[in-house]
Design a protein around this ligand. Sequence first.
Ligand code: SIN
Ligand code: FE2
Length: 222
Amino acid sequence: MPSATATPDLFAAEPPPSPSTAWLGPQTAVLRGFALPAAGLLLDGIARIAAQAPWRRMQTPGGYTMSVAVTNCGAFGWTSDRRGYRYGAVDPLTGHPWPALPPALLQLAGEAAAAAGFGGFVPDACLVNCYAPGARLSLHQDRDERDFGAPIVSVSLGMRATFLFGGLARADKPVPVPLEHGDVVVWGGVDRLRFHGVRPLHGAPHPVLGERRINLTFRRAG
Ligand code: SIN
Ligand code: FE2
């Protein structure tokens, strides 16, 4: 078909591999590469969040300092100190409300939830975790949220990590799941309270993020 103007061939380059889905449970999906197209926007959003609500390593009620550095965005943010874990509308470090959820983050969370079978997910909290080599997260359940009807949407950026996905009992042996830059895990419904954690970060630096892994977990907290 002749055309008066030259049309650039948008499809000349190899297309990226199409995202694939693996199921870790009846209502737990690993959406491989799902966040890759939005990764640049997500990283811009994270930089703006950390400029307003700085990274910090929190104390646990047991008296440990978490190896993971955290911040939050959304109406509610998750914090921990010697008194316990909680969601609150104000960043205790700055005294200001948590930064708003950037539209690109909100959109990705909704699309990922829908792809895993959870339509209409509108998170009101996003915990942002930053892992340096050696940082880990011990097995835990996400149970500080008020609404277990909504799923957890977890987005991985930066270095590869080994995510551990367990059962509903702490003693259930977790399955190791390697997560790469751009992978998204969604768990909800009957799997909403499954134990999970992250092995100590190690291995090759990421071309963009260097010796870091950043994880976003979107929740319905309030
Ligand atoms: C979390 O459980 O809060 C984070 C999980 C992860 O970093 O993959
Ligand atoms: Fe968690």
